[in-house]
Design a protein around this ligand. Sequence first.
Ligand SMILES: C[S@@+](CC[C@H](N)C(=O)[O-])C[C@H]1O[C@@H](n2cnc3c(N)ncnc32)[C@H](O)[C@@H]1O
Length: 207
Amino acid sequence: MNIEKAYNIWANQYDTNKNRTRDLDKKSTIDTLSKLDFENVLELGCGTGKNTSWLLKKSKRIIGLDFSQEMLNKAKAKISDKRVSFRKADLNKDWETENDFTDLITCSLTLEHIKDLNHIFHQANLKLRKNGIFFISELHPFMQYSGSKAKYETENGTYELEVYTHHISEYIDNAKNNNLKLVEVNEWFDQNEKNEIPRLISFVFKK
Ligand SMILES: C[S@@+](CC[C@H](N)C(=O)[O-])C[C@H]1O[C@@H](n2cnc3c(N)ncnc32)[C@H](O)[C@@H]1O
C-alpha cells in the first residue's frame, strides 16, 4: 500500500489511538514556537490538524498541505476558520503557493515519508520570507536506527508504513545547501527520561 492510502486508512484512528510520538510532537511544537508570533504559516503534512488549532492562535493565516484526503477531511471537520486553508498536495512536487510569503514553515512527523530532503529544503527556501523560520519535528534517527517507524493497528495486525531514515547531518547539510541556517536543535524524551533514546528531534532553521 502506498503512503497516501495508508494515511487515508489511519485517519479514522489517528487522533484517538495511543500514540506517544504524536503527543510528544505537540509538546515540541508548542515549547519551541510559543515564544514567537507569525503572520503567515505554511504547515507541511498538516494531517488531521493536530497542531493547526494551536498555530492559529499565533498567526493570521495558515495554509496546510497534505496528500491524504481523509486526513484533510478530519482537519476540515475540526477547524473551520476563514484564516485556514487546507489543500491537497504532494510535498514531493513543487508546492503551489506564492514565493517569499511565509514567516513560518512547520513540518511534524512527515519527513520520514519523504526520500528527497533536498527538494523539501529547496521549496522551503523559496516560500520563506527573509528571516523566516523552518521548524521541523521528527522521529529521532536513533529511534529509526533501532527499528521504530510510523505504524498503526488494523484487524490484521500492525501495519508499518514506508519510511526513509534521515541522519542528523542530512537535515543540516540540506538546510545549508539551501541557504537556511541552523539556529536551534532539541531532543525530546518520553516523560523527560533522559537515560532512554530520545523519541523526537526538532530543528529551527532560519532563512
Ligand atoms: C504522522 S502524520 C503527521 C500529521 C501532523 N503533522 C501531526 O503532527 O499530527 C504524517 C502526515 O504527512 C502526510 N504526508 C506524508 N507524505 C506526504 C507527501 N509526500 N505529501 C503530502 N503529505 C504527506 C500524511 O498524509 C500525514 O497526514
